[in-house]
Design a protein around this ligand. Sequence first.
Ligand code: MLC
Ligand code: AMP
Length: 481
Amino acid sequence: MLLPELVTGSDRSALRFPGAELTYRELARLTGHLAGRLRGRNRVAVWATPTLETCVAVVGALVAGVPVVPLNPRIGERELAHILADSAPEVVLSAPDVELPGPLAELPRLPVLATPADTPPPSAPAEPDGETPAFIVYTSGTTGPPKGVVLPRRALATNLDALAEAWAWTADDVLVHGLPLFHVHGLILGVVGPLRRGCSLRHLGRFSTEAAGAELARDATMLFGVPTMYHRLAADCAADPALAAAVARARLLVSGSAALPATDHARIAELTGQRVVERYGMTETLMNCSVRADGDRRPGAVGPPLPGVDLRLVDDSGAPLGTGNARGDGETVGEIEVRGPNLFLGYLNRPDATAEAMRGGWFRTGDMAVRDPDGYVRIVGRRATDLIKSGGYKIGAGEIENALLEHPAVAEAAVTGEPDEDLGERIVAWVVPAGAPPDAAELTDHVARLLAPHKRPRVVRFRESLPRNEMGKVLKRALDG
Ligand code: MLC
Ligand code: AMP
């Protein structure tokens, strides 16, 4: 059973957002009613605002066994049209007072309430099989529009249990975070995770170091965040001893979705005595590695593979490095491949892309790493330069280039990622204008409107031409500031 705590239905706090809270009993009642209305649907879209309603919608669908397509509430028109056409949800779930954009507003809508009804819900349907899809999460590739990653229930259950084992995560913990609820990190680890453990989640609605500090000062024991959040936490702890004292109280600070710079790890350790635990995952595989709560929390390492996850490094020809591969030499770089119950079922409607991502049952992550003699994995880079990680979001250069080329003032465009202290990488657009150069902000807004605000370039550089090879392909490495 994916969420056993809903059967027990205790009076412990399950979910708290600013101004709204539900106990497990109330959550069970609300989601039981919703599941009754959802039963038999093929797929539901959830307008995934950082609210209690989003959690109720998602859990209701999980109880009903109906796969959820979480949508970024700031999604742009081009990306929304693609996801709706690709995933064909039958119905959309959102809080009742939300205005939905055109194509979504045309779908039948089930309003989700955060006020428990008095009446008992209909009897729960049988627990769906572990291979039943739980989520379809959209993630960017190097080219083209995002692909729908189909995640089965067994991947969630096994992966969350492996994390619980590694982190000694129990019902006594109180988790705090301010992550978005339309990606694996915030939604699966950050909402389904605590509900599977029977522990309490305090969601900040919107991340700020101050709000995170206030929860840690009260009673939160664990914090989840992307490296950008820890970078901001380090800076603010340096200026605010009370914040540093609050962070010092935590049982576990966990960072993931991108590499945590060693400097931020060291600054937090110095200011708070806390060594951040890093874990490494992907939408397609959920979590692959993590430093254990009782393990050596050294900077720059994502720890050993989680229980149940097979991990190997392969060379350019696909041959595994070393023997047995549980230990490494700490030097030889290879691509990470993983296998185990944590893997997705495939990309929705894209058997070609699914086949390309697999090699004999192993998933090819595209991440380059070395393995230390004690089995720890250190990620050193990525195979594709056209994938950018900014603020922990994965963004494909191709989708931004296509959006830029749709603007009438753009003749040619190339997109790259540049190191950024706060975001890890920032998106840079290199543009050959079709006439007089447009305002940079106009291009930025154009991308935000078509795709999503987090995919907007942070820097626009105008050029008279782009460096290209004889085949006409842009030489991105030859672009410089
Ligand atoms: C700015 N905004 C615009 C805009 N420019 N809106 C429309 N048009 C424009 N041109 C708005 C934004 O919507 C937002 O609104 C505000 O301005 C600031 O936006 P931002 O600059 O993008 O925010 P920023 O401070 O950069 O965000 C940092 C961050 C965020 C860390 C909070 O990047 C974040 O939440 N990252 C988490 C990503 C994540 O969860 N990844 C997990 C992927 S799963 P407003 O109203 O908010 O002010 C994965 C697997 C794994 O990777 O291993 O976990
Ligand atoms: P996504 O496709 O959004 O799920 O992002 C997955 C990618 O995030 C991985 O392939 C890695 O490149 C990156 N990633 C996740 N966690 C870490 C980490 N701890 N260190 C370095 N990179 C990470």
